[in-house]
Design a protein around this ligand. Structure first.
Ligand SMILES: [Fe+2]
Ligand SMILES: [Fe+2]
Length: 314
């Protein structure tokens, strides 16, 4: 187990654990890293160092929860570009390679009928995963972009995480079917080769899903909380501004009842509010209008068209 640091040499780190090459390629970091540190390489390639290390440490430690980074240190644009790149990798590279090997195995003899069923199963699986990735690309990531731009669309990340799975389950099933039940002729290298790829792909898909659940979702939740706190603050400020000068609808209703001669208790009953709330409204009205007597309120109400002369109790 390693906890990689920004000062570590990129080349040494890849040599220690070659599976980290994938993380590099999905962050669009080319090889030829010379003696540069992780931080230098990331900066040169416009990748957020903390986010790169967060993914590297999480995946490099078998998605161990001990290595989950603080969501506040993650860059969502970097993380999304990593995940998008991974989607492309699975769809354009990993799945077609497995399919080619499965076809090779089918042509290599053995039980052809079950081989075709296996191929069909695989194709259906790829379609499902494509839908899963497209949902993320078309709905989830644009929502995150809108949050970053501070103009959030109607969605929230809980909706996503509630129904999210790693998309690896069916591949596990396929792997088990082939291992346990497929009657391949001896010496069928192609099928074993395809199986090896399926094992690798299954691991990678699991890790991909876990990065989404344990790095992406918490970082988005944090941003959602910040955005809604900001919005609440702005609303509070505009309320405060309003309450310092103009009357609210409720305050106008209280005035109407006062000038009609109702007692505070009667007003409370009529508006389904507590006596205390009525008293607060009356204090606010007096402060805003600088009018303290019921007679003064009557004049104000008539001049401002809140009541007609015939309705007031003089
Ligand atoms: Fe994904
Ligand atoms: Fe996903």
């Amino acid at each position: 187990m390693h906890n990689y640091l920004p000062t570590d040499k990129m080349a040494e780190l890849i040599s220690q654990d070659y599976s980290l090459l994938q993380v590099m390629s999905r962050f669009n970091i080319p090889l030829g890293v010379k003696e540069k540190s992780v931080d230098e390489v990331c900066r040169t390639n416009g990748v957020d160092t903390d986010t790169f290390l967060a993914v590297l440490n999480f995946i490099g430690n078998a998605c161990n929860h001990k290595y989950i980074a603080d969501p506040a240190t993650l860059s969502l644009p970097s993380l999304m570009s990593y995940l998008r790149q991974a989607h492309n990798y699975f769809l354009d590279f990993s799945f077609p390679a497995i399919r080619r090997k499965l076809i090779g195995a089918v042509n290599g003899g053995g039980d052809n009928e079950s081989a075709l069923l296996i191929l069909q199963y695989f194709d259906n699986y790829v379609r499902e995963v494509r839908d899963h990735f497209e949902y993320e690309n078309a709905i989830v990531f644009p929502y995150i972009d809108s949050l970053i731009a501070n103009t959030p669309t109607a969605f929230n990340i809980d909706t996503f995480s509630a129904q999210h799975d790693s998309a690896a389950k069916k591949l596990t099933e396929l792997k088990n079917i082939i291992i346990r039940y497929y009657d391949a002729p001896a010496g069928s290298y192609a099928l074993h080769d395809a199986l090896l790829d399926i094992f690798g792909c299954e691991e990678e898909l699991k890790a991909h899903g876990l990065v989404e659940e344990h790095l992406l979702v918490p970082a988005v939740k944090l941003l959602e909380q910040e955005t809604s706190a900001q919005k609440e603050k702005a609303e509070q400020e505009s309320d405060d501004e309003e309450s310092s000068s103009t009357l609210t609808q409720r305050e106008k209703e209280v005035i109407i009842h006062v000038v009609k001669g109702l007692t505070n208790k009667e007003i409370a009953d009529k508006l389904y509010i507590s006596l205390n709330t009525v008293l607060t409204h009356r204090r606010n009205i007096a402060r805003k209008l600088e009018i303290h007597s019921p007679a003064g309120l009557t004049i104000y109400a008539i001049i401002n068209g809140l009541v007609e002369l015939k309705d007031v109790s003089l």
